[in-house]
Every structure is written in C-alpha cells, then in structure tokens.
Design a protein around this ligand. Structure first.
Ligand code: 13P
Length: 250
C-alpha cells in the first residue's frame, strides 16, 4: 500500500514573514504522519522555513537543484547545499523550468541522479502540453520524458524517487484533469515505469497529480487507484486550503 504524498509548491511567492507563518499554519494543521507532507518554499526561505518545521510532521523541499557537487555555476545550488538547508526533497523538471526555461532532458536526468545519490528524494515532473494532448501524443511524450529523465538511474535510487504528473494545460489554469483522465495517465506512467525498472518498483512508485488541485476536487482525484497524492501550487499558499487537501488524502 503506497502512502499518499502531498507537496506544496510555493513557486516565486511569499515574503519571509509570510513563508514562516504559512509554514507554521501547515505544521499546526498536520498532526500526524498518516500522509507524507512537504512544502517547497522559494530557495531564500528554505532555512527559516525548515527551522519553523523542525520536529513537525511536515518536510521541506527545494524547487530546483543543480547536478554538480560544486563548481562555477552562478546562481545554482548543489544537492549537498539543498540538504544542508534542511530539505529532504527537490522538485526536478517542473514544466515552468522544462518548458518555461527550456531545461533539457539530459540536465534533468543528471539532476535526478545527483539529487537521489546525495540522499534527497527527487520529485520528478512530467506532463504534456495541451497541443500534445489534442494530437493524442500524451503517451509518447510521457514515455520519452520518463525514459530520458530517468535513464541510467540505479535500482538503489528508486526509493528516493517520486513522479509528479502535471499536465501543463492544467497548471494554474483552473482546468483540472478529470479523475478518469488522471487515472488513465497515471496507469500509463506506472506501466511505463515498470518497463524501465520492473513491476515491483512500479508497484511502489508514488505518483502525484498536479494541476489546479483544490480542496473541492482533491478527494475525487486521489480516490483513483494510481493517484498517490498531489503536487499543489496555488492552493498551497493558504494553510487552510493546503491542510484540507492533506485531509482529503487520508
Ligand atoms: P496549480 O496548483 O497552481 O495549478 O500549480 C500546480 C503546480 O504547478 C504544482 O507544481
């Protein structure tokens, strides 16, 4: 039985004071470990947010990570730096970086390998554009993103991997995939993962859904057998709505 995992992606939102009070509100609302919960604040707030969440039931994740251990990489952060900032997770390949900033699959693959090798759990994002869904290319796109992004990942790293399916057309648009669409696509992702890493690894893989998840649609989506939680954007910026989504996962 896979444990549900809800993560909040705060993107480029919050002030320092706002981030701390949001983290506190989430910590107060999540009172046990029935569901795995994490928040991913902007990088500059990782340390203070991790401080607030110390001893709570809420983990911390970064929204990005570099693949190198150190070096001349202006503006980037290594897996060890992210870990030492108090994180257990790192989002890799979010569409706002994959499509928005043209991060190539090869980079994402290096990031997944480096992050998991360092001990972070990678939340590896995949998802198709609207035009790709309309052209019935969803499965081909996902198959490619999974094969390229996870190429060469060692068996020992699989326990440190979560896949987030985020259809790009559903991110921040209010258009949510129907529960049937989510189940069909998550089932396909699990099957594809099974071809890459074997049936046992596939049965253990946590696959989150992301894209306009709100308190009023979360339960129905997460009821689907292959939907193991959610990666939440907008609705994670208010403690009460994020905590309601956590409760919907129970
Ligand atoms: P929204 O929940 O705002 O659609 O964002 C989803 C997302 O991109 C989470 O990573």
């Amino acid at each position: 039985m896979r444990k549900k995992f809800i993560a909040g992606n705060w993107k480029m939102y919050t002030t320092l004071a706002g981030a701390k009070s949001l983290a506190l509100g989430v910590a107060q609302g999540v009172t046990d470990d029935a569901v795995t919960v994490a928040v991913c604040p902007p990088t500059c707030w990782l340390v203070p947010v991790a401080e607030v969440l110390k001893g709570s039931h809420v983990g911390v994740g970064a929204q990005n990570v570099h693949y190198a251990a150190e070096g001349a990489y202006t503006g980037d952060l290594s897996p060890a730096m992210i870990l030492e900032s108090g994180c257990q997770y790192a989002i890799i390949g979010h569409s706002e970086r994959r499509h928005g900033l043209a991060e190539p699959d090869l980079f994402l693959n290096r990031k997944v390998k480096a992050a998991t090798a360092a001990g972070l759990t990678a939340i590896f994002c995949v998802g198709e554009l609207l035009a790709e869904r309309e052209a019935k290319q969803t499965e081909a796109v996902l198959e490619f993103q999974l094969a390229a992004g996870l190429a060469g990942l060692e068996a020992g790293a699989l326990g440190k991997l979560v896949v987030a399916y985020e259809p790009v057309w559903a991110i921040g648009t209010g258009k949510v995939a129907t529960p049937e669409q989510a189940q069909e696509t998550h089932g396909f992702i699990r099957k594809t993962f099974g071809k890459l890493f074997g049936a046992e690894a596939a049965s253990k893989l946590v696959i989150q859904y992301g894209g306009s998840v709100k308190p009023d649609n979360a339960a129905e989506i997460m009821k689907q057998p292959d939907v193991d939680g959610a990666l939440v954007g907008g609705a994670s910026l208010k403690a009460d709505s994020f905590v309601k989504i956590v409760q919907a996962a129970r």
